[in-house]
Design a binder for this molecule. Structure first.
Ligand SMILES: CC(=O)CC(=O)C(=O)O
Ligand SMILES: [Mg+2]
Length: 216
C-alpha cells in the first residue's frame, strides 16, 4: 500500500468516484431504470468530511437525502485493471454517505444537465474510518445500515449489488486512472429519505464500523 491509511485518509483521497443505481430496490424507489453498465459520477475531494465535522445543507436545497454506501479504498495506481486482479488494488473499505440534494438532482435530470451541484457540494461525502482489507473477508457479504434520529432508514446486505466490486474497478479503470487513497462509492440500497437541520445520522457496517454525523 502506498500511503498510510491507518489514521485519516482524507488527504489521500484525491477523487471520489461514485456508482449510481447499483441496488435494484433503490433504482426502483426513485423510478429509475436498472442500468446495463455501471453508472458513474464524481465528487470532488472537498465533499469529504470526517466525524466531528457537520453536514451542511447547500444553499437553496429543500430536499437533502442521505445514501449510505460501501466505500472501496484504492491502494495502488490502477489503470486497465482486469476483473480477476481488481481486489489486489484495494487497500481497504469504509462506509460513507452520498449526500444528495435531490431537488437539485431532479432539476438537473429534467434539464439533461450534470448532477455536479446535487452530488458534490462541500460536505456531501461524510466518511467513516478506514477498515484494512484483511478485516473484511468478503466485501459482498457485509451489512450496511443507516439510522436517523434513532429511526432505522436503511439496512441491506452488500450481496445484492448489481455490479460487484471487481466489475466496477475494471469498468472505471478503462476510462479513469485510480490513485492510492481514491475512494469508490458502490451505490446505495433503498431507504433514502429527507434529512433536516439538527438531524443525527448514524451509519456503518454491522460489527465493523460505526459513524455519527450531525446535519447543521
Ligand atoms: C439516483 C442516485 O442518486 C444514484 C445514486 O447515487 C445511488 O447511489 O444509487
Ligand atoms: Mg449514491
Amino acid at each position: 500500500m502506498e500511503g498510510d491509511m491507518s489514521q485519516s485518509f482524507r488527504s489521500l483521497a484525491s477523487k471520489i468516484v461514485c456508482i449510481g443505481r447499483n441496488y435494484k430496490d433503490h433504482a426502483l424507489e426513485l423510478g429509475n431504470a436498472i442500468p446495463k453498465k455501471p453508472m458513474l459520477f464524481l465528487k470532488s475531494s472537498n465533499a469529504f468530511v470526517e466525524e466531528g465535522q457537520p453536514i451542511l445543507i447547500p444553499p437553496g436545497c429543500q430536499n437533502l437525502h442521505q445514501e449510505v454506501e460501501l466505500g472501496v479504498v484504492i491502494g495502488k495506481k490502477a489503470k486497465n485493471v482486469a476483473k480477476n486482479e481488481a481486489l489486489s488494488y484495494v487497500s481497504g473499505y469504509t462506509v460513507a454517505l452520498d449526500m444528495t440534494a435531490r431537488d437539485f438532482q431532479d432539476e438537473a435530470k429534467k434539464a439533461g444537465a450534470p448532477w455536479f451541484l446535487a452530488k458534490s457540494f462541500d460536505t456531501s461525502c461524510p466518511v467513516g474510518t478506514f477498515i484494512p482489507k484483511e478485516k473484511i473477508n468478503d466485501p459482498h457479504d457485509e451489512e450496511l445500515y443507516c439510522i436517523i434520529n434513532g429511526q432505522e432508514k436503511q439496512r441491506c446486505r452488500t450481496n445484492v449489488m448489481i455490479f460487484d466490486i471487481p466489475t466496477i474497478i475494471e469498468y472505471i479503470t478503462q476510462f479513469v486512472t485510480l490513485e492510492p487513497g481514491d475512494l469508490v462509492l458502490t451505490g446505495t440500497p433503498a431507504g433514502v429519505s429527507r434529512v433536516n437541520s439538527g438531524d443525527v445520522i448514524e451509519f456503518g457496517l454491522s460489527g465493523k464500523l460505526q459513524a455519527k454525523f450531525h446535519v447543521q
